[in-house]
Design a protein around this ligand. Structure first.
Ligand SMILES: [Zn+2]
Length: 134
């Protein structure tokens, strides 16, 4: 059962031009992380990491482009029309998704809290190479 006052809700979101749209099941009060690694710090990305079965791409698979670097584990998916990365497959959770909470429609978001993640020292954060879902 979901905790009282923080029930799971179906959030929707997408890229700027609207071609990429998705839904994600997550609490109304979101616990996000902000990462200082080379790509997240430039993008200002707010991570909402969920297992694959809580994320569904509704439209836009035809316009998504994949960018990879370093270990090429993370699949950085961005809209080839407007350039916004509204979700991607993170290195820490290659079987799931990280949704950019900045790209969620605001109606279902009750609250956000943000913790800092030291992605500049990724290997020390995740010595086993992957992370657990929280
Ligand atoms: Zn777009």
């Amino acid at each position: 059962m979901a905790q009282q006052n923080n029930d799971m809700v179906m959030h929707r979101g997408g890229c700027h031009c609207g071609r990429v749209r998705f839904e994600v099941l997550a609490p109304a009060k979101l616990q996000l992380s902000e990462c200082n690694c080379s790509i997240c710090s430039k993008a200002g990305y707010w991570h909402l990491i969920v297992p694959a079965d809580r994320f569904k791409l509704l439209s836009g698979s035809d316009v998504l482009t994949t960018y990879t670097f370093n270990t090429h584990t993370a699949k950085h998916l961005f809209c080839s029309i407007c350039g916004v990365k509204s979700f991607y497959v993170p290195r820490s959770h290659p079987g799931g998704f990280s949704v950019n909470a900045r790209c969620l429609d605001p109606a279902t978001v009750a609250e956000v809290s943000i913790r800092q993640f030291d992605g500049q020292h990724w290997e020390q954060q995740y010595p086993k190479g992957q992370a657990q879902y929280t």
